[in-house]
Design a protein around this ligand. Sequence first.
Ligand SMILES: [Ca+2]
Ligand SMILES: [Ca+2]
Ligand SMILES: [Ca+2]
Length: 380
Amino acid sequence: MKIRSISNRPVRSAVALSVLLALGACSSSNDSTDTDNTEQPGNTDVQTVSVTLSAAQEIPAPAGVPEGATGSADVSVDANGIVTATLGVSNLTGAATMAHIHRGFAGSTGPVLIGLTSDDGGSTWTVPSDARALTADEIGAFNRGELYFNVHTAANGPGEIRGQIDSGNTTSFTVRLENISSTETLNVASDNSTQAVPLSPGVFLVHRNETDSPLLLPRDAANAGLEAVAEDGNTAPYAQAVPGSVVFNTPVGADAPGPIGPGGAYEFTLQAVDGDKLGFVTMFIPSNDWFYTPTDEDNSLDLFVGGQPVSGEVLASDIAVWDAGTEADEEPGTGPNQVQRQAAANTGDADPNTAVSSLTGRGQSVSLNGQVLRVTITPQ
Ligand SMILES: [Ca+2]
Ligand SMILES: [Ca+2]
Ligand SMILES: [Ca+2]
């Protein structure tokens, strides 16, 4: 069922919000951790995907590329994650110097998974026999169109032509995170006042993990990405802490990253195949280390039910306020070590309870008059 589309409303950013979120470097006491992905991909058939590479897909835009610069590839991944690929390139600014398969949706960049080699000076590239296999989670990424080829030249070091590996089996979704709080929403008991609950830039992750969103792992002590978002709205450390995580940071109608106050929204698009799920985190800004995330058994929103893409508003009961367990809690909306008032990022006493858990799960609560975050998922 299609639902009504919600029009984009202008972001009314309160003055208080503009002082938030120094998005600079963030030190962290926690190491990133490996994610245990033991699930099997839903699609184990070996499918060969044909890919066309172009300068137009490259990020950042390359310079001085001849009109006819192109590449074409055939790539397949077997059930064990072994990648077979043949890539030919032509009409570049000079010889291709490197070619890789990366993880990242169209329009974003991401880490190298597999390096290709060439025996003919850079015209033809293949996956060497000693290349590593893709993990089960990376096979899922292949199936959902989240991998891409990138070819480098001396003139365009970051990449001259790029080609998204799209099996054609994916569904595109638009996800909207909307701040529906008001200045009446958060009760501040100490001075008997109320205030809004702004939300920070955050990250999302499409994954197939059976038991929990990798964004929240490990659960006994937050990863560095979660700590930075939950304490300071800083999304930068997540890319390394959880590979495949994607930042959303620019409000609808804005031209620069920033938080969203009442009426503001973030929107992002993603591609997914049946069995994929969506995890996300965004900071509950008037706090020390709280964030919103899906709160069902795997902390992720189903993108398909019964093989069909989901569509519509996510139940409010499927999203909740969590505590990252990295900073001791002060009264919401007033604490001197909270991001709106603290002297520097990552400032505050250590949390005596390091568990990454919902407030409910930690025996905590917050006094809110109504909902703060509304999430809408729309297949395209
Ligand atoms: Ca805390
Ligand atoms: Ca901290
Ligand atoms: Ca703090």
